[in-house]
Design a protein around this ligand. Sequence first.
Ligand SMILES: [Fe+2]
Ligand SMILES: [Fe+2]
Length: 154
Amino acid sequence: MSRLEMVREKVNEVILNMEKQSKIPSAFAHLYGVSLAATMIAKKRGEDVELASIAGMLHDIQAYKSGSYNDHAHIGASVAKELLVELNQFSTEEIEKICSAIFNHDDKELIHSSFDEVLKDADVIHHTLNDTSKDIKEKEKERYQNLMKEFELD
Ligand SMILES: [Fe+2]
Ligand SMILES: [Fe+2]
């Protein structure tokens, strides 16, 4: 089993145990969607593809675990760290890299490391392209436009 599959097994468990059962399909769609988008962006930018897809799978784990988005990025980084340490498949550096991206992912108006930016942009791709009939949030407009340029979709 690949490391990504190991992480997915753990994440699946969390999602399937969500209190709000009606939110399960959208939670899966979002995490797998962000994971896929992160893979694509990482490939394009020469970032670590495997770690990007894993960060995508884990980035909102706290929100789905607790049912609240309150400080979910910062708390989620610790939750993800615990899960990754427990799996015993990742180096300290890899865990730091993944968890830094999760920690910073909700600060969309700031620029962090090039790897952190992959996760933020992947989150924006899913928010904006999952249903193009929906309005794009003000705070995601600039990133969205930059992504459309980067991927020549505008
Ligand atoms: Fe989030
Ligand atoms: Fe998200």
